[in-house]
Design a protein around this ligand. Structure first.
Ligand SMILES: [Fe+2]
Length: 194
């Protein structure tokens, strides 16, 4: 069974991300852990779980190219700033493919498409259907973002987060069901998700 490891370039990018935005760095670690737990719960292959681990860690690495004034802004973003922020998923693919020389299309697919939505309302490409591994990272990403404190709000409690997730018809409901199980109190305490 092949194990994927972060390359020196990828580690350097994560170090740089930690220096630029600790919030994004720790969020990426949480998303990776959650995505792996979901992959195990879905009985995916070892290879798929490795891809989820890497994709979770690297999914927001494109925020390295988003100006700090936007990334760390305390307050809502204006339309131009939001447009730039939304470029981070395409930036991430570009950085990994170019600077880091990543050739694993499954990992690159997660990085580029983790903000796509079922039905095509996401970005950057508006794909109406995405690979299961992308959908898993999307759900883990939204969950962790809503659970975490932000400069403009406190993190939501678990029940409120699931109410939001179940109301979102742009994400895969079966994955949300799985997440409800794997993020429960017993596993949460054991795994340090929150
Ligand atoms: Fe993102």
């Amino acid at each position: 069974m092949k194990t994927l490891y972060l390359s020196a370039e990828e580690l350097n990018m994560l170090d740089a991300l930690r220096r630029k935005s600790e919030e994004t760095y720790f969020h990426s670690r949480n998303v990776s852990k959650l995505a792996v737990a979901l992959g195990i719960s879905c009985r995916l292959s070892w290879e798929a779980i490795q891809i989820l681990r890497m994709g979770g860690l690297l999914h927001d690495v494109g925020k390295l190219k988003v100006p700090s004034a936007i990334l760390n802004k305390k307050g809502s973003l204006n339309a131009d700033e939001m447009r730039e922020m939304r470029r981070h998923s395409a930036y991430g693919e570009m950085l990994l493919r170019g600077t880091a020389g990543v050739r694993d299309e499954s990992v690159l697919n997660i990085v580029r498409h983790h903000h796509e939505k079922i039905g095509g309302k996401g970005y950057p490409d508006g794909f109406p259907e995405n690979h299961l591994l992308v959908q898993i990272v999307t759900v883990a990403d939204i969950y962790d973002a809503l659970r975490s404190d932000r400069c403009y709000r406190k993190g939501y409690d678990r029940e409120k987060v699931f109410a939001i997730l179940y109301a979102d018809n742009g994400i895969n409901r079966r994955i949300v069901d799985r997440l409800y199980t794997v993020s429960g109190p017993a596993l949460r305490n054991a795994s340090g998700f929150d």
